[in-house]
Design a protein around this ligand. Structure first.
Ligand SMILES: *Cc1c(COP(=O)(O)O)cnc(C)c1O
Length: 811
C-alpha cells in the first residue's frame, strides 16, 4: 500500500508531466494526461515490484507459473489504483488540477489478448494470486493484435484488427536482457557416448523470444507479481540483412516475416480447434521461452534442479500450453543430463492441467507429420512417453486393445494433447462440479479409472475487486455501510448481508443503486447506438461469445414469440423489457454470425414498431469486451445463462451478474448449479432439461425436433417467421437457422427447452412486479456470491495443487 497524500500526489503528477512532455499541463491533450498518470503509477509500482521479487528470491519461495495462451486483462489503470489503495487520493488530486480521473481511465485501450471466459479467468487468477500474496507469475504471448474489434454494419458482424499497441502501453517493460532462443524445424542427430544416448538438434531455425513484463499489483498488500508475455523477433545474425549481393535478401525478409507472424495475432476461435501450423508454432514458442526462462532464473537463484518440483509449480490452462511437459523433459535430459526416470518424476510433479470444455470440436490434436516436421526432438520425446505409457496399459489391460488405442497419446496419425496433459501432470481438474463429474464419468473415464486420484474439481471464480469494487462503487458502498469492510479481504463475509435482505430500507437502496446503474448504461447505449431505452423496464441481458451451445437463438425465439403475442394483442399486460445482447462470433462461424444478424433484424423491426415499442426493446451492443462488461453487468436485472445442460463447463459471467444483484435465468449447467445451491430454488429461475435427459438423447438418440415444433403452435409460428419475410425481406436470410433447428434436428435442444423457458420468464414477470420481493432476492444473491470470488478458487489451487507458500494469509 502506498502512503501518499493529495498534495504530494499533485506535485508528483505535475513534475512527471513536465518531465515527459516539457510543456504546460493546462494545454495538454487528454491522451498525454493519461500517459503521464500511467507512467507515474508505474514508477510507484516499480519499487514494490523489485521488493517483491527480492523477497521471493531471498526466501526461495515456491513459484507458480500460470501458462495460458490468453490473458484478457481489460484496462489496468483503475484496478491498479484501487489495489494500491490510492484511487480516491488520485481522484481528488486530479480534480484540483481540473482533470477527471474517470475520463482518463476511459482512454486506456483494453488489453484484449483473449477470446472470452478462459482468458478472463487467467486475468482474474493473476489478480487473486497477487492479492493473496502467492508467488505467482503469468506466462503468455504478447500478440501484436488482440481479439478482433467487432463492428456491426447493416446488422452483420464485420471484423477489424485490434491494434491495441497503437498509442503504446505504459504498463509493460521490455526485458532485452532476458531473451531466450526457440528452435523450430531441422533434424535430430542421435549418437551414443559412454552408453548414454545423445540427441543433437541440427539445421533448425532460431527465433528470438523477447519478454515484456507487466506488474500485477495485489490488493493493499505491497505485493507486485509479474505477467510475462513473449514477443517473437528475428535473430539479427541468422541472416545478414545488409548483404543484398549474396541473394540472401529475399530469404532474410521471408525469415523476418515468418518469425514476426508467430506473435502477430490471437486466433479468434473460442471452444473450437483448427489444426493450423502457425498455432502449434505459437504454442511451442511461448512454452519453450517460458520454461527456459524459469529454469535459468531458478539456477541463477541457486536452485538445484533435483528439487525443481518442490520450488516450481507450472499450471497448464487448457491444453494449449501442454508442450510444457515435453519441453521440460527435453531440457532436463538433453541439457541438464538427467535420466528419463528422474526427468519424468520432476516433470510430473511440477505440472498440473485444467480442462475447460467437453465440446468435441475443441479437443486439440495435431497431425503427426506436421508435428514431427516442426518440432522433431519434442516429437521423439512424446513418442517415448507414449511408448512407456502404452506398455503400462498393456500390462494392466491385457488384450483390451480398444481401450489402449483410445487412451494412447499418439493414435490414428495424431498427437492428442489432452492425453499428453493428463499423463504428464499430477493433477487434472475441471472448472465446476458438474463439469468435473462429466470428465470423470464420460470424457475422461478411461483416464479416471487409471488415475483416480489425479482428478479433482476447482470451481471457477471472478475477482470481486474488478467485478464489484471497481465496477459497482455504489453497491460496494452499501455493503460497507451495512456489513463493514471485512468482505473486501474476505469475500465470504458477504454472507452477513443476507440478514439485511428483508430490511425495507436496504431494498430501497438496492433498487436505487440498480436504477442509477441502469441510467448510466442507458446513456452508454444512447451514445453508442442512438437507442433510447426505458430505465424502468427489466434489463434482460445475455452477453458472452456467440455460440450455438450458449443458445442466443433460444433467447431470440422467445423475443420473436413475445412480439407475435404483442402484435395480436398490443395491450397484453407484461412488465416492459429491454433485451440486451453483446458478443463476438468467430469469423468463420457461420451460424453464430447468422444469429447476430437475426438479433439485429429483430431489434430493427421491434424498435421502430410504434405500436409496441414502449413494451419491448432490443439492443445488440457492438464489440463486447471487458470494459463493456463492466458497464453492462452492474445494470442488469436478469442474467441469461441458458446453455444446453452439460455444455457450459462453468461460465463466469453468471458469477459476475450474481455479485451485482442480477437474478439468474438458468439451466442446470456448469456453475449455475452451484449458484442455485447457494441461493436456493426460490432465488433463481431454473428451467430446461436436466443432465440425465440430455446425456440420454446424445447417447441413445430419439430426439425429434419436427415433432416438438409441430406440437406447439407458438414454435410453428416463430420458426415460420424465420422464413416468411417477417424479419427480412430476403426470405433466404435466416433459412440456415431454420434448417439448423428443423432439418438438422436442433443439436442443442432449443425447441425442446422453449416451453419451459417461456414459463420461467412468466415467473420473472411476476416476481419483478413485487419490488420488495425482487430486491430481497437480489440481496440474497449478492450475499451468497462471495464463494465465487477467485480468491476462493486460487486458495484451493494453491493449497491442493500447487503447494504454494503465502506471503499473506487472507482467507
Ligand atoms: C466474463 C467474460 C466472459 C465469459 O462469459 P461467459 O458468459 O461465462 O461465457 C467473456 N467475455 C468477457 C469480456 C468477460 O468479461
Amino acid at each position: 500500500m502506498i502512503n501518499i497524500d493529495k498534495n504530494t500526489f499533485k506535485k508528483d503528477y505535475e513534475k512527471k508531466f513536465i518531465e515527459m512532455h516539457g510543456s504546460e499541463l493546462s494545454l495538454a491533450s487528454p491522451q498525454s494526461k493519461y500517459e503521464t498518470l500511467g507512467a507515474l503509477i508505474r514508477d510507484y509500482v516499480v519499487e514494490m515490484w523489485l521488493n517483491t521479487t527480492r523477497r521471493y528470491n531471498e526466501n526461495h519461495d515456491k513459484q507458480v507459473y500460470y501458462f495460458s495462451m490468453e490473458f484478457l486483462l481489460g484496462r489496468l489503470l483503475g484496478n491498479t489504483l484501487l489495489n494500491l489503495g490510492i484511487r480516491d487520493v488520485c481522484r481528488d488530486a486530479l480534480d484540483e488540477l481540473n482533470i477527471d480521473l474517470d475520463s482518463l481511465e476511459d482512454l486506456e485501450q483494453d488489453q484484449g489478448l483473449g477470446n472470452g471466459g478462459l482468458g478472463r479467468l487467467a486475468a482474474c487468477f493473476l489478480d487473486s494470486m497477487a492479492s493473496l500474496g502467492i508467488p505467482g507469475n503469468g506466462c503468455g504471448i504478447r500478440y501484436k493484435y488482440g481479439f478482433f474489434e467487432q463492428k456491426i454494419i447493416e446488422g452483420s458482424q464485420v471484423e477489424a484488427p485490434d491494434n491495441w499497441l497503437r498509442s503504446g502501453n505504459v504498463w509493460e517493460i521490455r526485458k532485452a536482457d532476458k531473451v531466450e532462443v526457440v528452435k523450430f524445424g531441422g533434424e535430430v542427430k542421435v549418437d551414443s557416448f559412454n552408453g548414454r544416448m545423445n540427441f543433437t538438434h541440427i539445421n533448425y531455425e532460431s527465433v528470438l523470444a523477447v519478454p515484456y513484463d507487466t506488474p500485477v499489483v495485489g490488493y493493499e498488500n505491497d505485493v507486485v507479481n509479474t505477467l510475462r508475455l513473449w514477443s517473437a523477433e528475428p535473430i539479427s545474425n541468422e541472416f545478414d540483412f545488409s548483404s543484398f549481393s549474396r541473394g540472401e535478401f529475399l530469404k532474410a525478409i521471408e525469415y523476418k516475416n515468418s518469425v514476426e507472424a508467430i506473435s502477430q495475432v490471437l486466433y479468434p476461435e473460442d471452444s473450437f480447434y483448427e489444426g493450423k501450423r502457425l498455432r502449434l508454432k505459437q504454442q511451442y514458442f511461448f512454452v519453450s521461452a517460458g520454461v527456459q526462462s524459469i529454469i535459468r532464473h531458478y539456477k541463477n537463484n541457486g536452485g538445484n534442479l533435483k528439487n525443481f518440483d518442490e520450488k516450481v509449480a507450472i499450471h497448464i490452462n487448457d491444453t494449449h500450453p501442454t508442450l510444457v511437459i515435453p519441453e521440460l523433459m527435453r531440457i532436463l535430459m538433453d541439457e541438464e543430463g538427467f535420466s528419463w526416470e528422474d526427468a519424468w518424476r520432476i516433470t510430473k510433479n511440477t505440472c498440473a492441467y485444467t480442462n475447460h470444455t467437453i465440446l468435441a470440436e475443441a479437443l486439440e490434436k495435431w497431425p503427426v507429420d506436421m508435428f514431427k516436421n516442426l518440432l522433431p526432438r519434442i516429437y521423439m520425446i512424446i513418442e517415448e512417453m507414449n511408448r512407456r505409457f502404452c506398455e503400462k496399459l498393456w500390462n494392466k489391460y491385457i488384450g483390451q486393445w480398444d481401450k489402449i488405442h483410445r487412451m494412447a497419446v499418439i493414435a490414428d496419425g495424431y498427437v492428442k494433447m489432452a492425453h499428453l496433459a493428463i499423463i504428464g501432470s499430477h493433477s487434472v481438474n475441471g472448472v465446476a462440479k458438474l463439469h468435473s463429474e462429466i470428465l470423470k464419468k464420460q470424457e475422461m473415464a478411461d483416464f479416471y479409472y487409471y488415475y483416480p486420484r489425479k482428478f479433482n474439481n476447482k470451481t471457477n471464480g471472478i475477482t470481486h475487486r474488478r467485478w464489484l469494487l471497481k465496477s459497482n462503487p455504489q453497491l460496494t458502498e452499501l455493503l460497507k455501510e451495512t456489513i463493514g469492510t471485512s468482505f473486501i479481504k474476505h469475500p465470504m463475509d458477504m454472507e452477513s448481508f443476507e440478514s439485511y435482505a428483508d430490511k425495507e430500507h436496504v431494498q430501497e437502496r438496492l433498487y436505487e443503486i440498480k436504477r442509477n446503474n441502469k441510467l448510466k448504461l442507458a446513456e452508454v447505449i444512447k451514445n453508442k447506438q442512438g437507442i433510447i431505452i426505458d430505465p424502468d423496464s427489466i434489463f434482460d441481458v445475455q452477453v458472452k461469445r456467440i455460440h450455438a451451445y450458449k443458445r442466443q437463438l433460444l433467447n431470440a425465439l422467445r423475443i420473436m414469440n413475445i412480439y407475435s403475442d404483442l402484435l395480436e394483442n398490443p395491450n397484453m399486460d407484461i412488465v416492459p423489457r429491454t433485451f440486451i445482447f453483446a458478443g463476438k462470433a468467430a469469423p468463420g462461424y457461420f451460424l453464430a454470425k447468422k444469429t447476430i444478424e437475426l438479433i439485429t433484424s429483430i431489434a430493427e423491426k421491434i424498435n421502430k414498431d410504434t405500436l409496441i415499442r414502449d413494451k419491448i426493446k432490443v439492443v445488440f451492443l457492438e464489440n463486447y469486451n471487458v470494459s463493456l462488461a463492466e458497464d453492462i453487468i452492474p445494470a442488469a436485472d436478469l442474467s441469461e445463462q441458458i446453455s444446453t445442460t452439460t455444455k457450459e463447463a462453468s461460465g463466469t459471467s453468471n458469477m459476475k451478474f450474481m455479485m451485482n444483484g442480477a437474478l439468474t435465468m438458468a439451466t442446470l449447467d456448469g456453475a449455475n448449479i452451484e449458484i442455485r445451491d447457494e441461493v436456493g430454488d426460490d432465488n433463481i429461475f431454473i428451467f430446461g432439461m436436466n443432465e440425465r435427459e440430455v446425456l440420454d438423447y446424445y447417447k441413445n438418440g430419439g430426439y425429434n425436433a419436427w415433432e416438438v415444433c409441430n406440437s406447439d403452435s407458438r414454435l410453428r409460428r416463430i420458426t415460420n417467421d424465420l422464413i416468411n419475410g417477417q424479419y427480412s425481406s430476403d426470405r433466404e436470410k435466416f433459412k440456415p437457422l431454420y434448417e439448423h433447428l428443423l432439418t438438422y434436428n436442433d443439436e442443442f435442444f432449443v425447441l425442446k427447452d422453449f416451453d419451459s423457458y417461456i414459463k420461467a420468464h412468466e415467473r420473472v414477470d411476476k416476481a419483478y412486479r413485487d419490488k420488495h420481493l425482487w430486491q430481497k432476492m437480489a440481496a440474497i444473491n449478492i450475499a451468497h456470491s462471495g464463494i465465487f470470488s477467485s480468491d476462493r478458487t486460487i486458495y484451493e489451487y494453491a493449497t491442493a495443487i500447487w503447494g504454494s507458500s503465502f506471503l499473506y494469509k487472507n482467507l
